[in-house]
Design a protein around this ligand. Structure first.
Ligand code: SF4
Length: 348
């Protein structure tokens, strides 16, 4: 790798500051400074140069740090958008900045590509909340049910399910399935939200749920919302369906990450509080510089394990870096489950 000049580094620092200057650095609680951008500029420059040399693309989930999402990513998005981007990528190497199940999904939908997850073992409390053995037993117990998994699940679990969903299509897909009984895994809170939404739509189905909760979103309470409204009478509360049903129902808007971005973009309101991960607040700040976001978001420690440092380490020695591997038989079955989501979501 050639040495970078002082002029290149300063130009990159100014570019980063232009992108991140209005965005909160949750490590300090203040906005990103020019000094910080100068410190990360050599990493961003080296990554952007090595990407081209290695025919690589960086896909970054919104929950990653903003210097990744805005500084080096070629494509940013929520789980659904990133899975689609991975499926459509025609180059050689996918660097997936997210957590393990997301990188597995990229490998499943585009098996000919080499897929890397910079923090090799970054997990997720939802995906780790149910295993394939448990799902196999559930299938024996409920042979008449449609098995629907949230995209936050392992390849082995997806391989056993009929269709997977993301927070942007879960209600439409659940409503459209012909089965009267659905086993939804692994997000217990999202299952509560599905029951409520289907009831609101007048769709009669039995939703059984098994698994876990998101360790970031499950911390929010209705009391948090009451305090926010008491302190900021004009605030609009936004939450994610991984939050508890009572929290979602007490919010002004509850929806997927991309849904939140659209809601704020179109809203005439000026003050918001986001009951979700820090990274989505960064993206909201980036897109809406004239709006105020009160600090109630939380970090996902696993998502934050993606750093410029470990992305650079992968790119510097890409032939030797550990790749995501999914056994072929598992990948083929899991792909059917994901493809069913793309088909059903496309029918809307
Ligand atoms: S925010 Fe929750 S659901 Fe998303 S990766 Fe982190 S633990 Fe998993």
């Amino acid at each position: 790798m050639r040495e970078l000049t002082a002029w290149e580094i300063e130009t990159q620092a100014q570019r980063l500051y232009g992108l991140l200057g209005n965005v909160t650095d949750f490590k300090t609680g203040g906005k990103h400074t020019l000094e910080y951008c100068r410190a990360i500029a050599p990493y961003a420059l080296a990554i952007n140069n090595l990407k081209k040399e290695n025919d690589a693309v960086i896909l970054a989930h919104y929950y990653c740090a903003p210097e990744i999402v805005y500084g080096v990513a070629d494509f940013k998005g929520d789980s659904y958008a990133l899975a689609k981007a991975a499926a459509e990528f025609s180059g050689r190497n996918i660097i997936f900045c997210g957590v393990y199940f997301m990188a597995q999904t990229a490998k499943i939908v585009n098996p000919g590509k080499r897929v890397y997850l910079p923090p090799a073992a970054a997990g997720c409390s939802l995906a780790d909340g149910i295993d394939a053995e448990t799902v196999s037993k559930l299938k024996e117990r409920y042979p008449d049910a449609a098995f629907v998994c949230y995209i936050n699940s392992t390849a082995e679990v997806k391989a056993l399910c009929d269709v997977c969903v993301t927070s942007s299509n879960v209600y439409d897909i659940a409503a459209a399935l012909p089965n009267e009984r659905i086993v939804f895994i692994p997000d217990l809170f999202m299952a509560d939200n599905i029951r409520a939404e289907l009831k609101r739509r007048g769709v009669k189905k039995e939703i059984l749920s098994f698994g876990a909760t998101c360790c970031v979103h499950d911390k929010y309470t209705v009391r948090d919302i009451e305090k926010l409204r008491a302190g900021h009478p004009l605030v609009k509360i936004i939450s994610h369906p991984e939050c508890a049903l009572a929290v979602c129902q007490a919010s002004d808007y509850c929806g997927s990450t991309s849904g939140m971005l659209e809601y704020v973009r179109k809203s005439a309101d000026k003050e918001f509080a986001v009951l979700s991960e820090d990274g989505i607040v960064n993206s909201l700040e980036f897109e809406n510089p004239s709006k105020t976001f009160y600090s109630v978001s939380r970090p996902c420690g696993q998502m934050k394990r993606n750093t410029l440092d470990n992305i650079l380490a992968v790119l510097k020695d890409i032939d030797k870096a550990p790749q995501i591997q999914v056994p072929e038989a598992t990948a083929l079955k899991a792909k059917l489950c994901i493809d069913n989501m793309f088909k059903m979501a496309g029918k809307k």
